[in-house]
Design a protein around this ligand. Structure first.
Ligand code: PMP
Length: 407
């Protein structure tokens, strides 16, 4: 009798002891996908059955320099040999806070945590503590985490969890102004992503006039401008993602890429919001662990020394140009949106992401791990060989879509 693949065996075991067999954003995005991964190096990853892929998801963002980056791993190992989870943080916490404050223009102070949701929730809490007001404006459809105030699924939440949110449309300043007017004197903050990256939809870069308008509105009302840089931070710019736009937030939320895959999040803020940050109570059993902080110091140093942001932009542009050319040669109408290092592909008239699913499944079989309903991520480890392999796979994937359409 032939043995079932390792992934299948693990799925069967998981289905008995893990709700739904898997939960959250890492539930395999389609039947063709492996659920369990064995490891990775550079821009390549292996599933538990040993299949190799070029990684275009980068662990959904955290891996920015590539898997197992030697300088980051050495810094983490060196710290681990001294200590990680202790009665107090290591000196590296101060090193990292200083480094982040130096690296991110709007920042005067830093607080560290573990997940993006910790960071966005803390930003909202600081804004309320500082202003003594309640209302936070968010863009309809934007993702800011999985806590009751922001989870996209309402099961288990109460209307009270959302009572102090107001909604606007991304890049539509008039909609923000009217939501702000409705909040009136109770406006504590406006939460915004660096660009519109709602899962499953075409992405939209920020209109600089919109960003400036939010800044002006916050200046006029005393509300906090909060940038959710959890997904984009340090992949688009070595600083806040809105520095190139010329707009500085008061508070920003970070996680994913700051420690190249180690568990770490950060809130950065300016002096105007320092008081709010000193008044709230925030902590966590693992928030002070020294190893992820050492990894973050090495990650930020490497991003700078290796010009990684520019490398990601360059490889991402080559990926985009290749894929857009392929779509044209297969006579398929697609939209390829977002910054080159965080792209997303949709097909015209694609109901329920059916064509995206066919494309992604075939790309996977051809050795490129990308996603049908979530933006992709390019890492700085991507080589010309990785790119060539990924493009071979996407060409086969377009062929599969063409065949699926029956023409
Ligand atoms: N904000 C944004 C923009 C995100 O992309 C995410 C994670 N996908 C979060 C917040 C929440 O981060 P975490 O899953 O680490 O809690």
């Amino acid at each position: 009798m032939t043995q079932a693949p390792a992934d299948q065996q693990l799925r069967e075991r998981a289905s008995k002891v893990i709700p739904n067999g898997m939960y959250g954003h890492q539930a395999a995005p389609g039947a063709a996908y492996p659920q369990f991964m064995r490891g990775g190096r550079g821009a390549r990853i292996w599933d538990v059955d040993g299949n190799e892929y070029v990684d275009l998801m980068c662990s959904y963002g955290p891996v920015v320099l590539g898997h197992q980056h030697p300088r980051v791993e050495a810094a983490a190992a060196e710290q681990a040999a001294r200590g990680d989870c202790q009665n107090g943080p290591g000196p590296v916490m101060v090193d990292l806070a200083e480094l982040m404050v130096r690296t991110v223009r709007h920042a005067d102070w830093a607080i560290f945590a573990k997940n993006g949701t910790d960071a966005t929730t803390m930003c909202v809490t600081i804004a309320r503590a500082q202003t003594g007001r309640s209302k936070i404006l968010v863009a309809t459809g934007a993702y800011h985490g999985a806590a009751p105030w922001c989870t996209p699924r309402l099961a288990g939440t109460t209307p009270e969890d959302r009572a102090n949110l107001g909604y606007y449309t991304y890049n539509d300043l008039a909609s923000v102004q009217s939501a702000a007017a409705e909040a009136g004197h109770d406006l504590a903050g406006i939460l915004v992503s660096p660009f519109k990256h709602d899962a499953g939809y075409d992405q939209e870069l920020v209109d600089p006039g919109f960003a400036r308008g939010l800044r002006a509105l916050c200046d006029a009302t005393g509300a906090a401008l909060i940038l959710d840089d959890v997904r984009c931070g340090f992949r688009l710019h070595l600083g806040s993602s809105w520095e190139p736009v010329g707009v500085d937030p008061d508070l920003s939320a970070w996680s994913k890429a700051i420690a190249n895959g180690r568990a770490l999040a950060a809130v950065l803020g300016n002096d105007a919001f320092r008081r709010g940050a000193t008044e709230i109570f925030v902590t966590g059993s693992f928030w002070f662990s020294a190893v992820p902080m050492a990894a973050a110091v090495a990650t930020i140093g490497t991003l700078r020394d290796e010009d990684a942001v520019e490398n990601m932009r360059r490889m991402g542009t080559r990926l985009r140009d290749g894929i857009v050319d392929q779509a044209r040669s297969w006579d398929l109408a697609v939209r390829y949106t977002g910054p080159p290092a965080m792209p997303y592909l949709t097909f015209a008239d694609d109901k329920d992401h059916e064509l995206a699913g066919v494309f992604a499944a075939q790309a996977l079989r051809g050795g490129a791990y990308l996603h049908p309903r979530h933006n992709w991520f390019v890492s700085a480890a991507m080589t010309g060989d990785d790119l060539a392999l990924a493009l071979e796979a996407t060409d086969q994937a377009f062929a599969a879509v063409r065949k699926h359409l029956g023409q």
